[in-house]
Design a protein around this ligand. Structure first.
Ligand code: ZN
Ligand code: ZN
Length: 325
């Protein structure tokens, strides 16, 4: 292990640095992260302020997660290692906190394509000005790019070859964004798909598209998610299963193998969670959750039809390169 003194990615002190949980860090930060996740020592999720500068535990943990520290599950889950599942869920919860914080308070002022992100790594976020107007284009873009940033926080996605990473991100980011929107709708007791500020996901001036199609976009997924009352833990695991899809066309055999292994791990985690929370009806809960994927596909297809129809009428819905094919 490399022990030449360097600056720790987390605490920024000059220390002996090793590669811990995927990030060049000092031993103290490694131990801090391990205790926070594996021992679930921290239950509060305070969002760091600029003035704090890492002085509190919340900021330090936020930074660990933001910089990509992740305790990789090493094997599939079963009834005998439920404690490992608990720490995975704690880790995923902290990742979601980082993602939500970026979506609600940060912005990206460039217009990268998925290919550019696959080459250059996770995008750089900046503070969103308080008076910035968020329209459908900006919200769609931010929901999409925070989903991509979230996926790249997983080592098995970040470590894919550039070409594979591009295909995997393109395949999953819209689903991840939709699933997160659906969870927010369930949490906020809304019956329609909307952006974080509650605004409608359908752009104005789209009269050329039928109300029936718009209705399907708004309620197909959310309606089912509300019926099932999906929980955040279920959503985190389902998202990870979706991003680890080994069936995406044209990926390399090496990527396929790695994704397959990871998808099995997260699928077993979801199954164990269903068993633990639902007892005898665990298996049917598991099937119900996986069937949400059809609603995701359906909603994405409707969005595709909407933007295609509007583009034909010289009324593009979203000018961001993220959504290019
Ligand atoms: Zn450190
Ligand atoms: Zn702080």
């Amino acid at each position: 292990m490399n022990v030449v003194p360097r600056v720790c990615t987390i605490c920024e002190r000059y220390q002996k640095i090793g590669n811990y949980y995927g990030v060049p860090a000092c031993c103290a930060c490694k131990m801090f992260f391990k205790r926070a996740i594996a021992d679930n020592e921290m239950t509060s999720h305070a969002i760091p302020t600029k003035s704090c500068r890492m002085q509190c535990r919340e900021c330090r943990l936020f930074r660990c997660v933001e910089k990509g520290m992740f305790i990789i599950p090493e094997s599939t889950f079963n009834v005998n290692n439920y404690d490992k599942l608990t720490s995975l869920l704690v880790n995923l919860e902290h990742m979601q906190v980082v993602r939500t914080n970026k979506l609600e308070t940060m912005h990206i002022f460039t217009n990268p394509s998925i290919e550019e992100i696959a080459w250059n790594g996770r995008p750089k976020f900046e503070k969103r000005p308080k008076d910035m107007t968020m329209d459908v284009t900006e919200w769609s873009f931010m929901c999409g790019i925070t989903a991509i940033d979230y996926a790249l926080n997983f080592p098995h996605i970040a470590e894919l070859a550039v070409y594979d990473r591009k295909l995997i991100l393109r395949n999953c980011f819209f689903y991840l964004a939709l699933l997160s929107d659906a969870l927010r709708a369930v949490t906020n007791k809304q019956d329609s798909l909307s952006f974080p500020d509650g605004s409608d996901v359908i752009p104005p001036n789209t009269d050329e598209v039928s109300d029936e199609l718009k209705k399907r976009i708004r309620i197909t997924l959310v309606g089912r998610a509300c019926e099932l009352q999906i929980t955040k833990e279920e959503t985190y695991l389902l998202s990870t299963i979706i991003m680890s899809n080994p069936s995406v066309a044209d990926i390399s055999p090496a990527a396929r193998k790695s994704l397959e292994t990871n998808q099995q791990i997260y699928t077993s985690a979801l199954f164990q969670l269903c068993q633990a929370k639902n007892g005898a009806s665990g298996p049917s809960r598991f099937v119900d959750l996986l069937s949400l994927c059809h609603k995701l596909e359906n909603t994405q297809a409707c969005f595709g039809y909407l933007s295609m129809t509007c583009a034909q009428n010289r009324n593009p819905v979203c000018m961001k390169k993220l959504f290019d094919h």
